[in-house]
Design a protein around this ligand. Structure first.
Ligand code: B12
Ligand code: SF4
Ligand code: SF4
Length: 219
């Protein structure tokens, strides 16, 4: 769904990146087998905090006389993690979708580019979560300083090495089914929490853009 479908008066999309804390990142890097408790809480309780942040930004804009909505907490938001097709042999990456991609929005808004692991890599690193707000407040766009969708990724392959289920490869990018099955397994073991994120810790892109120096531009 395009911004105008969520909010017909849409003029601006605000994309927000919230990096995980040092404690969460370090705890998840201790082993590459199972998500750390800290990561599981960052994913589960952390999302509740992000949802409250999203509704607070919406409220601030509305109290200033603007219209605003946040797709991820809107009742029209839909995401498929392919679960209903798990036994279908035809299952492939195209079954993993949503009607509002936080990564596309962040890419378009100038926050960063994709990495080989398919996470979106920002100036604050890849390790964290996004939210976004659509509003009729007219904000000047942030400058997009990259051209290609993988500009910030060095293709170092460290995320390939970290993945406990070999879901990432140079040849095929990221296999959502392998990743999703592992996350389902963590949900069984850690109910109600789940997650993984090993491809986002102990990697050169964890805390920033690996080959980018702000003063010199892309090298
Ligand atoms: C469904 C889903 C999953 C599925 C996989 C589906 C998928 N497509 O990635 C599963 C369950 C496997 C999964 C796993 C994880 N997820 Co997830 N997931 C989502 C969700 C809900 C929807 C994704 C979606 O919209 N897909 C639709 C497609 C069309 O968009 P896309 O995948 O974003 O974009 C791809 C294509 O368009 C492609 N592409 C091809 N050509 C082009 C051209 C252009 C110009 C562009 C821009 C893109 C592009 O590149 C993209 C990457 O594959 C989003 C939240 C959201 N609403 O966005 C979170 C989200 C992507 N997940 C997130 C995270 C953190 C995770 C996990 C680490 C789990 C965890 N928290 O422990 C893992 C691993 C992710 C990884 N290696 O990237 C974060 C990513 C943060 C980041 N730095 O990028 C998101 C954004 C949630 C959030 N609110 O922050 N996830
Ligand atoms: S670990 Fe290396 S290859 Fe993987 S996303 Fe980060 S910079 Fe790219
Ligand atoms: S691709 Fe999925 S399973 Fe592999 S390390 Fe990343 S989050 Fe974990």
């Amino acid at each position: 769904m395009l911004p105008e479908l969520w909010l017909p008066e849409a003029k601006t999309v605000i994309s927000v990146f919230l990096p995980y804390t040092k404690e969460i990142k370090e705890a998840n890097a201790v082993d590459m087998k199972f998500p750390a408790n800290e990561w599981l809480h960052g994913r589960f309780e952390g999302q509740k905090i992000i949802d409250r942040l999203s509704s607070n930004i919406v409220r601030v804009l509305q109290n200033s006389g603007y219209k605003a909505i946040s797709p991820s907490i809107d009742k029209r938001f839909k995401a498929s993690v392919g679960t209903w097709l798990k036994t279908d042999k035809k299952l492939n990456n195209s079954y993993y979708y949503s009607n509002w991609s936080e990564r596309h929005v962040a890419y378009a808004a100038g926050l960063g580019t994709f990495g080989l692991s398919k996470g979106l890599l920002t100036e604050k690193g890849i390790t964290g979560r996004f939210t976004s707000i659509i509003t009729n407040y007219n904000h000047e766009p942030t400058k997009r300083i990259y051209n290609g969708i993988y500009d910030y990724c060095t293709m170092c392959g460290r995320c390939i090495k970290n993945c406990p289920v070999n879901a990432i490869s140079f040849e095929h990018g990221k296999d959502h089914t392998k990743c999703s099955k592992f996350i389902d397994y963590t949900a069984k073991k850690s109910n109600p929490r789940y997650g993984c994120g090993k491809c986002q810790v102990d990697v050169p892109c964890e805390n920033g853009i690996p080959h980018y120096k702000k003063t010199e531009g892309l090298i």
